[in-house]
Design a binder for this molecule. Structure first.
Ligand code: ADP
Ligand code: MG
Length: 367
């Protein structure tokens, strides 16, 4: 949080009427499966985006964020148009939420400690925090599930990012104490308890994924082509038993589809491993997921591979993998709770010593 930043009153000459927040997330396993109708297993992170809001008597929206280091931006409700700035996420929300009730103009102040572009989904945290504030202030009639769907629509339609629904589901429903299993086809979800001896550590590689938009859209298109050639609606409909058919696809569709099919199975197997309390098995699945993202889906970068390798070789670590959309961002480490803090410090030091990059510890157990 940025305490030296202007308050709501300093920005808008009055006080806020409502306050809402929403967390970022870390995905434990199930990468790029959401837009294929598959399974994901994220958890909330402690970092949150906070929104203060007051209604205006006209149709004007005025926005300010502590993270954008800019002036107050503005637009008119009903005239939401993409301009490539952060305000597109809020415009996307007002456009999507207009279907759920009568919005009025408003002033909004945003502040967040969710790192931007590190793979912890600052974008969904912004969408959901803004959506919660708008729902409350304008008495919109929408469920939490519809709120998540509105966030995805904001990102798809106004921002122009063809993302699945994992990030918004996680920001709405996940907590930091459990993982959230989501079937992204049915949108059914369940909280999954991690064994008490498990700890989740997240380390930012320092390589921002900010310019990964084109590659993300390309992967999504490849998945859709693979599904169409296999004669299924989505790759979700292909199981491990059908991998021989997947291997007959032309390159690189064979590898792209193999990642999705095996990753879906790994999510199910991880939920099972957590349920049985077998962290060694969950760690192996985590490591296999990384290999699949690196070699089949090709969304890793050398620095991330290095960080993952260092983590995997560290005492007290069960497994490590790239987390988030890829091409930079963070690594999630499944560690033994008693050794997690020591392991995390060791990984960050080794990463700095061998690559010269400053990794940043984003999440580790308290204590
Ligand atoms: P992430 O993995 O962090 O979600 P994205 O590229 O999807 O990365 O979203 C990051 C973008 O979301 C930022 O470039 C910015 O436009 C917007 N954003 C997220 N959080 C904030 C914030 N607190 N203030 C302003 N913009 C934000
Ligand atoms: Mg995002």
């Amino acid at each position: 949080m940025s305490s030296s930043m202007p308050t709501f009153r300093a920005l808008f000459s009055r006080d806020a009427e409502v306050y809402a927040d929403a967390p970022g997330r870390v995905n434990l396993i199930g990468e790029h499966t959401d837009y294929n109708g598959g399974y994901v297993l994220p958890a909330a992170v402690p970092q949150r985006t906070r929104v203060e809001l007051a209604a205006r008597p006209d149709g004007t929206v005025r926005l300010w964020s502590a993270q954008s280091q800019g002036e107050v931006a503005s637009y008119t409700l009903g005239e939401e148009r993409r301009d490539g700035t952060w305000t597109d996420y809020v415009k996307g929300m007002t456009r999507a939420l207009a279907q759920h009730g009568a919005l009025g103009g408003f002033d909004m102040r945003v502040d967040s400690d969710v790192p931007v572009g590190s793979g912890l989904s600052s974008s969904a945290a912004l969408e959901i925090a803004a959506g919660r504030a708008l729902r409350e202030r304008f008495h919109l009639r929408l469920t939490d599930l519809q709120l998540a769907m509105a966030g995805q629509r904001a990102e798809n339609e106004l921002v122009g990012a063809p993302v699945g629904i994992m990030d918004q589901m996680a920001s709405v429903f996940a907590d930091t104490a459990t993982a959230l299993f989501v079937d992204t086809r049915t949108l059914a979800y369940a909280r999954v308890q991690l064994p008490a001896s498990a700890a989740v550590v997240v380390i930012d590689s320092g390589i921002s994924h900010r310019n990964a938009g084109g590659a993300y859209a390309e992967r999504r298109a490849e998945c859709e082509q693979a599904a169409s050639r296999l004669g299924v609606r989505q790759l979700r409909d292909v199981g491990i038993a059908d991998l021989h058919r997947v291997s007959q696809l032309p390159s690189p569709l064979d590898r792209r589809a193999r990642h999705i099919v095996t990753e879906n199975q790994r999510v199910l197997d991880t939920v099972d491993a957590f349920g049985r309390g077998v962290l060694a098995a969950a760690g192996r699945l985590c490591n296999e997921s990384h290999v699949s993202m690196r070699d089949d889906f090709e969304i890793s970068v050398p620095e991330i591979d290095r960080l993952v390798a260092i983590a995997q070789a560290t005492d007290g670590v069960y497994g490590a993998r790239l987390t988030g959309g890829g091409f930079g961002g963070s690594v999630v480490v499944l560690a033994d709770a008693a050794q997690a803090r020591t392991a995390a410090a060791h990984i960050v030091n080794q990463y700095a010593a061998t690559t010269g990059n400053a990794g940043r510890l984003l999440v580790q157990p308290e204590g």
